[in-house]
Design a protein around this ligand. Structure first.
Ligand SMILES: Cc1cc2nc3c(=O)[nH]c(=O)nc-3n(C[C@H](O)[C@H](O)[C@H](O)COP(=O)(O)O)c2cc1C
Length: 302
């Protein structure tokens, strides 16, 4: 059986499949179910200093088997999640806490999480931070100066120049998570044409298979532009989808929409399918397939 373990710095993941931040990793039971379902590590739902207030309904079916959402971040005070995080940490799988958004927010949350939970890593969402590099640098700086654990940056697909962003931000962070949901986007039912989400005009953010091509290219570009690890997220439903992201340069993958639709057993299923595919093709370890696409394009993996 192929070896699915992935090492990133001091962190060791039993397999490359993580939940991506979302409603499927909001509650303790969900995170424990994800561990039971075979994840290689846990990424939590994003929390911020102020609880989110978002319109309901906040998830609906989207085009091309995708989902539309307007869920923003967690709607409870961030401190109310600390006991849950501690219990997840006790399971022994690496715990990555997702936080946002301003420099002040991430500094306070980063310090609090390190003091109380000691997560294995912290991911910060850039969804509401702005598209230019200056605000991104300020948030990354504030977080790096507040914690000692690795810091990953969640990339928004609307970032204008991905390679330039990756080059610059690799000086500030320890890894990239790409991509967040894509939008704004719209869908509705032609037999009942009215908004499906609670936003005023029904717009939301698209995820699932509809965004996989965009996510793959983003992962490819980030891995080409710099050396820090990339966690590929966007539309993954099967082990072969996940293999594709690793070949595009990712070290780990994240799954959100498929877990919302099918439940926490999808993580282990995707990992097993990766292993089966690698066995059939004679690949022994994740390192044997990482960056294979790039090496076909450029004759080298980077
Ligand atoms: C309902 C919903 C809520 C989400 N909430 C968050 C969040 O709190 N923080 C975040 O960084 N990304 C969030 N995302 C984005 C996902 O983590 C992921 O980047 C995106 O959905 C693409 O992956 P997928 O196609 O596997 O869903 C959310 C996505 C959905 C569908």
């Amino acid at each position: 059986m192929a070896d699915l373990t992935v090492k990133i710095g001091d962190l060791s993941f039993a397999n490359p499949v993580l939940p991506a931040a979302g409603p499927n990793v909001m509650k303790l039971e969900q995170m424990l179910d994800a561990v039971e379902g075979g994840v290689g590590g846990i990424v939590t739902k994003t929390v911020s200093r102020e609880p989110a207030v978002y319109p309901k309904p906040c998830i609906a079916k989207g085009p091309c088997d995708g989902l539309l959402n307007c869920e923003t971040w967690a709607d409870k005070p961030w401190r109310s999640y600390l006991e849950d995080y501690k219990k997840v940490k006790q399971t022994g799988v690496p715990l990555i806490c997702s936080i946002g958004y301003s420099p002040e927010d991430v500094a306070e949350l980063g310090k609090g999480l390190e003091a109380e939970v000691r997560p294995d890593g912290i991911e910060f969402s850039t969804h509401y931070v702005g598209k230019t590099l200056d605000p991104l640098k300020k948030v990354a700086d504030a977080l790096k100066n507040s914690v000692s654990c690795p810091v990953w940056m969640k990339v928004s697909p609307s970032t204008p120049d991905i390679p330039e962003m990756a080059k610059v931000m690799s000086g500030y962070v320890d890894g990239f998570v790409a991509i967040n949901s894509v939008g704004p986007a719209l869908d509705f039912n032609i037999n009942d044409p009215r908004p499906m989400l609670g936003t005023e005009d029904g717009h939301g953010w698209l995820s699932g298979p509809a965004i996989m091509g965009t996510a793959l290219y983003c992962v490819f570009q980030i891995s080409q532009a710099q050396d820090k690890p990339v966690i590929g997220v966007g539309g993954i439903r099967t082990g072969e989808d996940a293999v594709k992201f690793i070949m595009a340069g990712a070290s780990l993958v994240g799954v959100c929409s498929e877990a919302i639709r099918k439940g926490p057993s999808v993580y282990g299923k995707i990992a097993r399918e990766m292993g089966d595919w690698m066995d059939r093709k004679g690949y022994k370890a994740i390192d044997d397939i990482r960056g294979l696409y790039s090496s076909k394009v450029f004759g080298r993996s980077r």
